[in-house]
Write a protein that binds this ligand. Sequence first.
Ligand code: PLP
Ligand code: SF4
Length: 347
Amino acid sequence: MEEWKDILANCVSDSQSLYRYARIDKKKIEKVIKKYPMRINPYYLSLIKKRGDPIWKQCIPDILEIQMQTGRKDPLKEKRYSPMEGVVHRYKDRVLFLISDTCAGFCRFCTRKRSVGRREEVLSQENAAAAFQYVRRHKDVRDVILSGGDPLTLDDDRIEYYLKNLRQINHVEIIRIDSRTPCVLPQRITARFCAMLKKYSPIYFNAHFNHYRELTRTSRRAADMLAESGVVLGNQAVLLAGVNDDVSTLKKLFEGLLTMRIRPYYLYIPDAVRGTYHFRVSIARALKIMRGLIGRTSGLAIPHLIIDLKHGGGKTPLLPKYIVKRRGRRYVFKNFENKIFYYADIS
Ligand SMILES: *Cc1c(COP(=O)(O)O)cnc(C)c1O
Ligand code: SF4
């Protein structure tokens, strides 16, 4: 068996096995995981150093998940923009394929908490064929994103099936893969998998690291292998209260990612998803954090801060305010050091 499958076969998913690693009230855990399943693989579990640390918070169930009833199950209304099973078409030129419903570990803050881990099922052969047909008919689509769940829970052959079919569609210029495995299960990035990806270039790959402590030697190796196969790497992080909602943590994370050839792409304000409110960070706080980053590290290390607006409003960038006043063509700027600068624009 490949190493990653062996690791996945040994996930912690019930209160008894969790108890062996961490003495937490089994009854409480059971209550939570009845609603939102638990899955922690031994690799990710081994990154926990102490109770309540940033790794712990991302994977160990918390009673707050069921105590707070605020939020919606599907705030982004992905269902409304789903023309068929497994396909989300929200932006004209981009289509999302949800090809797996499971992950290499369940994150307690997940936006798709409503569905992740409910079923193992992936797109049936007919649904997949219909999805390809859909893309073929929509000539505006130039970017197809394989997502989930985590698409890399599928076998190489199954992933190749998607890549091969999509590559045969002329107007699909780029294919993206969104996966948390470089972070939670870097052993998934094998030489065989990378050699396969290389055939379908250009492939963009968005990883999902949220804390610098996730940047291990193993994940660095995974990133190296992907980069050396010509895959362009990015990172989508979520701003999470108590995990990474401060300037120094994010600075270390983003700078560390750059040394792994992973370019920070997006930093998300957590979506208003029920069961994740204890992770939420206010817009004001997020903007303050961005202000603390911009100008104080390489521009390459700065992702776009994004809020995915409710009711399907879509991804919307948020930027700290640098223009503090404008009168006609005269602008007043406050720079990254909070010093005032005047600027006269052309007429
Ligand atoms: C995020 C997302 C995309 C990709 O958006 P980009 O801004 O291009 O990264 C595409 N479709 C859906 C439904 C999405 O949620
Ligand atoms: S890997 Fe992604 S889809 Fe899976 S539980 Fe984590 S955040 Fe959700």
